[in-house]
Design a binder for this molecule. Structure first.
Ligand SMILES: Cc1cc2nc3c(=O)[nH]c(=O)nc-3n(C[C@H](O)[C@H](O)[C@H](O)COP(=O)(O)OP(=O)(O)OC[C@H]3O[C@@H](n4cnc5c(N)ncnc54)[C@H](O)[C@@H]3O)c2cc1C
Length: 375
């Protein structure tokens, strides 16, 4: 394993793990973990060196998210979305936009979030219904984004919207302090991922000039499928591989520490040994498939797209399976929430509903493997 993954594991152990339980219990955004991420300037992972960032790419994004998720799925998810939005600015933003925001991202001053999903189009976030009209030199946005992870804790939001004059899409960078940006006061009360502070975002006559549009007019769908999508889908594979790794580590340690009256341990029971073996194998398969799928993208392999989709599906299934099996091994102690398997099981269940949902991705993979367009 390379140095960055190991460094991020050490960072997460020290700076993220201490807050994971309280973030889940209080359903509050991981403020302390993000303070550390910003202080260490890991917000700048995707920012090119000439703007003060770390200048890293797809594989390092995957490794870092996986390392963070091995200690806190919520923190990893929020961080993953920040990287996805940042990368869109890096690859498609104007020079003016890059000069304005990238140094601040690199310096840990600001963070980004994704405001894509809408209730009218659900898991198909590439079909936004937000209305954009043109008034003189300004673009006026009206509509509602249904789930925005990191909501009020971010500074800028990647927002997809229909082009005012066509069926095409545009991607916008909307500042939190733009007049008309309002967060709906519905506290996030998710089953898992409880600290991600997701809430609806209203855009009420938000007026932006052209400099806030990312890239050429009408290039939004291309950005979503070729830039945002791969980083996002790979990021979800990394988050849920991390959940599986965390559950495997947690239950293995528990099986050794749980003692019976005759001084034997849970891990001395052959059936438990078999379960531990299966759990390790599954978690390792999710982790290594995710990392190798990321590598295949960097290498430009012909099957890279299929690998990314399959890694996302595999990690999503493995996370739930591993946590379910770990719950069985953990017995009453796990069920009574005295070890963290219960939290990890709740977190793992988000994998299947996060857009594009596993049902949608399964269809996409079938299309990709048979040379059909995804849409
Ligand atoms: C923890 C969490 C964090 C999130 N953070 C963000 C965020 O930061 N930004 C953001 O934009 N969104 C975010 N979302 C939203 C998320 O990505 C999805 O868009 C949203 O959960 C879709 O919910 P829905 O109920 O509207 O889906 P629906 O469209 O109602 O779909 C419900 C289910 O129906 C099935 N389904 C629907 N259409 C199809 C189809 N064509 N083929 C096969 N199956 C189908 C799928 O299994 C899907 O899971 C978040 C969601 C969660 C749970």
């Amino acid at each position: 394993m390379n140095n960055l993954y190991n460094q991020m594991i050490e960072f997460a152990k020290e700076n993220i793990a201490p807050y994971t339980d309280s973030v889940d219990k209080s359903a509050s955004f991981p403020v302390d973990a993000f303070e550390a991420i910003k202080k260490k300037k890991i917000t700048g992972l995707m920012v090119p060196k000439e703007y003060g960032g770390m200048g890293l790419g797809f594989e390092e994004h995957t490794q870092t998210v996986l390392a963070f998720a091995s200690y806190c799925a919520t923190t990893a998810l929020c961080y993953m979305m920040h990287n996805v939005a940042t990368n869109c600015v890096v690859t498609h933003g104007s020079e003016e936009m890059k000069q304005k925001y990238l140094p601040k991202i690199a310096n840990g001053e600001i963070m980004l979030a994704l405001a894509y999903s809408e209730s009218g189009t659900g898991t198909h976030f590439y079909n936004p219904e937000i209305k954009v009209t043109k008034e003189n030199d300004l673009f006026v946005m009206n509509g509602r984004k249904s789930f925005v992870t990191s909501a009020e804790y971010a500074d800028l939001y990647l927002v997809d919207a229909a082009n005012p004059n066509s069926e095409d899409l545009d991607n916008w960078l909307v500042p939190k302090d733009a007049a008309g940006v309002v967060f709906q006061e519905s506290a996030w009360d998710g089953l898992g991922m409880r600290g991600n502070a997701s809430c609806p975002m209203l855009l009420e006559n938000v007026k932006l000039d052209e400099s806030y549009r990312i890239g050429e007019e009408k290039s939004g769908l291309d950005q979503i499928f070729n830039t945002v999508g791969p980083f996002f889908i790979m990021g979800l594979a990394a988050v849920y591989s991390g959940v599986a790794v965390n559950a495997a580590n947690t239950i293995t340690e528990y099986s050794m520490s749980r003692k019976y009256s005759d001084d034997t341990s849970l891990c001395n029971i052959p059936t438990v040994q078999n379960h531990i073996s299966d759990i390790y194998t599954d978690a390792a398969s999710a982790k290594h498939f995710t990392l190798s799928a990321a590598r295949s993208v960097t290498n430009g392999d012909a099957d890279a797209q299929a690998n990314v989709l399959a890694a996302r599906l595999h990690a999503s299934k493995v996370a739930v399976d591993v946590c379910t099996k770990a719950m069985k091994i953990g017995g009453g102690t796990a069920y009574a929430k005295r070890i963290t398997i219960e939290r990890l099981l709740r977190d793992s269940l988000a994998a299947q509903v996060m857009a594009p949902s596993t049902d949608v991705i399964t269809t996409w993979l079938g299309k990709a493997l048979t040379n059909q367009p995804l849409m």
